[in-house]
Design a binder for this molecule. Structure first.
Ligand code: SF4
Length: 333
């Protein structure tokens, strides 16, 4: 089966970089591709949002044509609800600024640090908690690497952003090499949405880079709905797992996207078809512009209960919320 798919789909760095450049950036063009008009939307469209629209064409191809409520479309389409402001929603809901020890390095939790390697993403998710992050301040990782080298309590580095897989394979391999020189580091984790939204990104070169380092590779992908996982995505996930990468998923619980027990159960089942374990189901980080995505705590707990009834324990993600300044993600109880 895998050999058969491999012969049908050989992906190269040029393929994913080409598709990245071809991403849709115009809300009207996105609606046209889906046979929709602005009058069919429940909320007016924002034509020039501050956080620009960006969505790969292969991801658009997984949306249902003619459906203004498509769960993938809702994640990327800028609408006027984003302009609603509430005092409890702010620009930095997870306390990133407070956690920044040196440029591009956040230290929130014991034994782990997070490197903000880029501000670039393949897709712009309207609920993103870093949509207001000042990425223009990010540049060199030199100080960050030195910080890690100087602190022997750090055992794991998490590459984040933005999306670290927007870096080329060569650039990533160079960073992996630098990190592997630090004797106390054990694990290398990547937080990425690329294998979901642009599955061609799972190249041979990426797999080589991840598996040739002495560090134990972990990839935490981000998918919110089973409709995001087509055959190409599944194949990429299988290749990562087969190469020896531990692959986990984190989702965000989003009103109008996945706040439905059947959808969440289906997502967990679908992930495990490709040997990926559901890790976290996050309650929304209260970032300005995302009020319309929030699901109440009571509703979230009810969904979790339904998942527990329907699924084996290993397919039930941990329902959590990040609270700025806390030593770990807070379980929702
Ligand atoms: S891919 Fe991740 S970092 Fe990028 S916009 Fe989406 S949630 Fe934010």
């Amino acid at each position: 089966m895998i050999t058969e798919m491999l012969t049908r789909w050989q992906t190269t760095p040029a393929d994913w970089q080409h598709e990245l450049r071809q991403a849709i950036r115009d809300p009207m063009q996105l609606l046209q591709l889906l046979d929709l008009s602005p009058s069919q939307l429940a909320q007016p469209l924002v034509l020039k949002p501050g956080f620009a629209l960006r969505v790969p064409r292969s991801y658009v191809a997984r949306m249902r044509k003619g459906d203004p409520d498509d769960p993938l479309l809702r994640q990327v389409l800028p609408v006027t609800e984003e302009q609603r402001q509430l005092p409890t929603f702010n620009l930095d809901p997870t306390g990133d600024k407070l956690a920044e020890k040196v440029p591009n390095l956040l230290a929130k939790y014991s034994g782990r640090v997070l490197l903000i390697v880029t501000g670039a993403c393949a897709i712009h998710c309207r609920y993103c908690f870093r949509q207001h992050y000042n990425y223009s301040a990010t540049s060199s990782l030199l100080a960050a690497v030195e910080f890690i080298r100087a602190d022997s309590s750090i055992g794991e580095v998490i590459l984040s952003g933005g999306d670290p897989l927007t870096w080329t394979d060569n650039r990533l391999a160079e960073l992996f090499h630098q990190l592997a020189q630090i004797p106390h580091l054990q694990r290398l984790r990547l937080h990425t949405r690329l294998p979901i939204v642009l599955p061609q990104r799972v190249t041979h070169e990426l797999l080589n880079g991840l598996t040739q380092t002495r560090l134990q590779p972990i990839m935490v992908v981000h998918t919110n709905h089973a409709n995001e996982i087509d055959e190409s995505v599944g194949y990429g996930l299988q290749r990562l797992v087969a190469a020896g990468v531990t692959v986990l998923n984190q989702s965000v619980l989003l009103r109008g996207v996945n706040d439905n027990a059947a959808h969440l159960i289906n997502l967990s089942e679908m992930l495990f078809n490709y040997r990926v374990l559901p890790y976290y189901l996050h309650r929304l980080d209260r970032v300005q512009g995302s009020t319309h995505f929030e699901v109440s705590k009571a509703a979230a707990l009810h969904l979790l209960e339904q998942m527990r009834i329907a699924l084996p324990g290993y397919l039930v993600p941990r329902l959590v919320q990040e609270v700025a300044g806390m030593a770990y993600k807070q379980p929702i109880l």
